[in-house]
Write a protein that binds this ligand. Sequence first.
Ligand code: GCW
Length: 685
Amino acid sequence: LGTGHALLLTARDETAADPVLATVETELRRAARAHGGRLSTRTDGEPGPDVRLVLATTAVHPQPLPGDAAATEHAWHALVRRVLADPGTLPPESFRLVRDAGVTVVAASSGTGLLHGLHHVARDAAARPGRAAEDTAVTDEVRSPAQAVRMLDHWDNVDVHDVMGQVERGYAGGSLFFADGALRDDLGRAEEYARLLGSIGINRVGLNNVNVHAREARLLTEGLPDVVRLAAVFRPHGIRVHLSVSFAAPMTVGGLPTADPLDPGVQRWWADVTAHVYRAVPDFGGYVVKADSEGQPGPFAYGRDHADGANLLARALAPFGGTVFWRAFVYDHHQDWRDRSTDRARAAHDHFAPLDGRFDENVVLQVKHGPLDFQTREAVSPVIAAMPRTRLAVELQVTQEYTGQQRHACYLAPWWREILDLRPWGEGPTVADVAIGDGPGGRPGALVAVSNVGDDPFWTGHPLAQANLYAFGRLAWDPTLAPEAVLDEWVGLTFGADPDVRAGVHAILDDSWRTYESYTAPLGVGFMVTPGSHYGPSVDGYEYSPWGTYHFADRDGIGVDRTRATGTGYTGQYPAPWRDVYEDLATCPDELLLFFHHVPWGHVLHSGSTVVQHVYDTHFAGVERVEEMVGTWAALAGRVPEDVHARVSERLDEQLRSAREWRDQLTTYVFRKCGVPDARGRRIY
Ligand code: GCW
């Protein structure tokens, strides 16, 4: 604004009814304090000629406007009148942005729409420093989120749990919400987090871990005051909260003898408990459920299926407009490694595809993007194409469980774009379209991700991992944004306009996901991580385990035969063309080769290299790229805040150490299995 003036126009009784409007006002005051300029509201009289930014709800009557009493009609008066006289139809989260002759008008039908508009203007200003009021380009556009439900799930526990710590797969310290076995008294950081999420357009947050332990199961009942407080933290930013619940809660919390979804007593229990939640949190979003998975209770115990289970909760939520996010991550984690016919990758489709059409309309089936488990590279889950009569959410992992655990710099937006852009039927709708509701069934689902924040001073452990959180929100809003452009925005907002910092962060992050891939598990084979922690290499760590994640390397070859012809038949879960593309060695993409096929070490890839030489080359090259990252960052000393520089340097040192370990273990393992030397004679142990 500089010395200019901002004006917030709302109708008389609107602010009391819409808490997000108060946030818009607070944000404007903060901005004015930080960057200069003044703010007026509807009742403030005579804003004068220097109004640069007007935020108005469509409930505002264009006549009279503040300042109308004065003799002169200012330019902004005419513009605001024009917009408000005919604002168009604006859904609650949309906004209209009009720029003319140095004045910007944002109009929306709700506080949330206005807040999105304000953040858009702020982002735009930060991304284009120097773009000032004299910019006279005329704009008139409506902006809306592509995806209606944009959700972050927290895997936070109230208590600290022995193996997983407080935040399951959390790499940024303890929970922002809970400490010492209770909700924090001071929710100041949670408030900052809510503000941050609101600024990137997130509109739902799952508050607790999908593995629901005893204490957390009671957030529904005795713990409800905590949920009330957290809902109040998120509400002013347009975000609704969800709880992960335990399917066994009627027994463990309610004292009933069963949790059978067809039992009337169980149905009544869920209806009552849900009504109680809504009395306390009227805008409660609903439940998130992990059932019959990795030890969590579920409907299988009663001989029921997952539609019975999900609909039980959906019917309790329906009277209040709530939604159940039911996870499709269901597989046998007690597999016998000797059994070559069972294929974990098949499990979600085997369980859920036959249930298509049986889920109530307020059930969203939440599907991990890949068939296995958030690996660095996986094919897209075949469930996404298999359930046109079901609302589907695609689940991503912002927390870097398998992608370097926020010790490695790994910018995931390029990976997410590949996933979202894939066309499950070869042509027609993309994965993003299916989640949006533009798939064959036309049912809107959601984009969901597991959050990566904690109480770490840098929020995400690795300061550069903030870019992933930012990018998730931006891609959920608009899945067609280019990953480099999103990174550019994040760098501008985070570090300012220094072109060297911008170039340096791009050099480090743009290709970092492929770099990570290059020194870890090759060609889509997955895992090879240390069991339990999932950090660092352990090539055979899971090979004889019950978890169903094998690579089957022997002296002759490596990979999992998932073909219809000779393997587990998994390729048959895809529609054409993918069922054939993946089935045939001639068309299967290199990067997924070992996910779909078991091949000899000497098999020649489309790239022209052999599998064994590919492992050698990528692993040496990956480490070299990390060495370059270290140098690039070192050169930015003094140009970014010192504490950020120190933390990133420390993480990069660890990344380099770990990448060398991956390289040496992988190349040595492969050499010892097959005895084929590196064509370039590099050091193998
Ligand atoms: O990848 C696995 C993780 C588990 C997690 C599970 C899931 C919350 O290792 O820690 O449990 O996925 O997504 O449910």
